[in-house]
Design a protein around this ligand. Structure first.
Ligand code: TNX
Length: 554
């Protein structure tokens, strides 16, 4: 393919179920590796370096997650001192997204970039109300040419994702907080994009170590850049209860006061939690709160003696063992407790999901586990939420509509896999977070200072190189809701440590969730990922410079 050609039309073949079936009518099939050459800037800049040259704009396909369809060509658009951000404001959401974009662009460009709803065909245009039903709720088109760059979507989430694409098409310096030189060019052409999966999640364990609202917001911003749309908060565990519950106040005030290693823990007041939910939703992420039950409950058992089968409260726990605590399945008060907690948490949570854990209940008998999980699921239903549980939930009786989160790995036995696949055949939906692929707390290699290694070392390629559609044998493709990248916090204590483990693996999981299977190609991905390195740096993200990725020199 000749990268210096003016206009090239590329249609990506999608082998998987797709939100854009129309795209199957391929005009030209390219491999994912081919995107990088096709998307090269007119003028013939080398595309395989992953970095546009100083003068050529970044090619349209060179973003993470890879877009579904790229039609490169035509003149680039340049943001200048005179650029306006034009919104067509029906709902106020386009205006809000325009203001958000201006907030990203103003410090580094130094331009005023006023947001206006006065009509006009020039500038950066954010338009809601596309009639292209194939874009779905989260898709968008981005058209760039000499006079304007226009992002069009059916709904605000799509517009917001399109804005993330625009960000990535600009030089990495755009992320900096002080004025940079530019030029601020966007390559000419059209991106048409929509996600492969509806559930693209990251989990933060705020129990083993507590993370402040500010730290959670920082992570939300990073997830948004890669078009993730769920934030799963692991709000309770043996080492700390992190959410205020009015009817059981000691859960937070007593059960939240420490963390792994014995440091001062903390908890979210209801207004803190609402602020996290609000901020997440302003970035089009839905919060999925988790109260881990019936195991992983030492902090609750320590706070209220009556929750224990023997009526004696254990001490607070600051170690890292698992599987030693259990709620008392035969006691009536256990279900009063679960009802109160679920009711209050459901009332605080606008999203549809509520996660009730269910993992590693090694101190709960099988019968008690089944009794407990079945009653807990019913309680979640009472408060109008969809149950999510770790995949051990499939050992109880998943309710209709329940979601099981698979966290097995290569060494998970055939019987356990089959139990989950059978549940999926019976209608249970699956979110995949294989521990030896997507667990961001696994060490990269033997020299990684932070993290654990029980699932093995997880290098960047291993984390990216798998297919959610075929990963769990026997699970129907349409049972797969999406993917999640959890980070457990036994060893990570602050944002910097989270980022060392999440970057650069998190963008790879985000890409598995978003991009068509046809774009999946490690050799092409590692080049696109390499181009994210300067962006991570500009954002102050201290990432792992894996030798598997051809990072530009810094
Ligand atoms: C397993 S994954 C756990 C967590 C630990 C994690 C550490 C899962 C559902 N349970 O309790 O924090 O391993 O990697």
């Amino acid at each position: 393919m000749n990268p210096s050609k003016g206009t090239q039309l590329v249609r990506l073949h999608r082998t998987q179920r797709t939100a854009l079936p129309r795209l199957l009518g391929s005009l030209l099939l390219v491999t994912a590796a081919g995107i990088s050459s096709v998307g090269a800037a007119p003028g013939g800049a080398a595309a395989h370096s992953g970095q546009a040259s100083a003068t050529a704009p970044r090619s349209l396909g060179q973003i993470v997650p890879a877009p579904a369809e790229v039609k490169a060509g035509g003149s680039p658009y340049t943001i200048t001192a005179g650029t306006k951000i034009r919104v067509d404001d029906d709902s106020g959401e386009a205006w809000r997204i325009g203001t958000y974009l201006a907030g990203v662009l103003r410090p580094s460009t130094g331009y005023a970039l006023p947001v206006t709803d006065r009509g006009g065909s020039d500038g950066i245009r954010l338009r809601l109300g596309s009639h292209d039903s194939e874009l779905g709720a989260e898709g968008y088109t981005l058209k760039s040419s000499h006079g304007s760059v226009t992002i069009t979507a059916r709904g605000p989430a799509g517009l917001f994702h399109g804005v993330q694409t625009l960000r990535q098409l600009l030089p990495a310096d755009v992320e900096k907080n002080s004025r940079q030189a530019g030029p601020w060019q966007v390559a000419g052409g059209t991106v048409t994009d929509a996600p492969r999966y509806a559930y693209r999640s990251a989990m933060l364990d705020v129990s083993r170590h507590f993370f402040s609202v500010t730290e959670v917001k920082r992570y939300i911003d990073q997830l948004a850049l890669y078009k993730m749309n769920k934030l799963h908060l692991h709000l309770s565990d043996d080492q700390g209860w992190r959410i205020a519950i009015d009817s059981w106040p000691r859960l937070a005030t007593y059960g939240g006061q420490t963390e792994v290693g014995g440091g001062v823990g903390g908890y979210y007041t209801k207004s803190d939690y609402k602020e996290i939910v609000r901020y997440a939703s302003s970035r089009y992420l839905e919060v999925v709160p988790e109260i881990d039950l019936p195991g992983h409950t030492n902090a609750a058992l320590a706070s209220y003696a009556e929750l224990n089968c023997n009526g004696v409260a254990p001490p607070l726990y600051t170690g890292t063992s698992v599987g030693f605590s259990s709620l008392c399945a035969p006691k009536a008060i256990t279900y009063t407790f679960v009802d109160d907690v679920v009711r209050e948490l459901a009332a605080l949570t606008p999203g549809k999901y509520l996660h009730i854990g269910g993992d590693e209940a090694h101190s709960t008998s099988h019968d008690d586990y089944v009794t407990f999980m079945n009653r807990a699921q019913a309680i979640v239903g009472t408060y109008g939420k969809t149950v999510v549980g770790w995949h051990q939930l499939t050992g109880a009786t998943p309710v209709a509509g329940a979601v099981a989160q698979y966290w097995g790995y290569d060494r998970t036995g055939a019987a356990e896999r089959k139990q989950v696949a059978d549940a999926a055949k019976n209608g249970t939906k699956l979110v995949l977070s294989p521990a030896d692929r997507t667990y961001l707390d696994m060490k990269y290699n033997k020299d990684t200072k932070l993290g654990l290694a029980w699932a093995g070392y997880v290098e960047v390629q291993r984390s990216y190189d798998w297919n959610p559609a075929t990963y769990l044998e026997g699970a129907p493709e349409d049972s797969i809701l999406g993917v999640e990248a959890p980070i457990w916090s036994e060893t990570v204590t602050n944002s910097d440590e989270v980022e060392q483990m999440a970057f650069p693996r998190l963008p790879g999981v985000a890409e598995l969730g978003w991009s068509p299977a046809s774009t999946h190609d490690w050799d092409a991905y590692k080049v696109r990922l390499a181009a994210q390195g300067p962006r991570f740096s500009a954002l102050g993200i201290d990432y792992y410079r894996s030798a598997q990725v051809p990072w530009p020199a810094q």
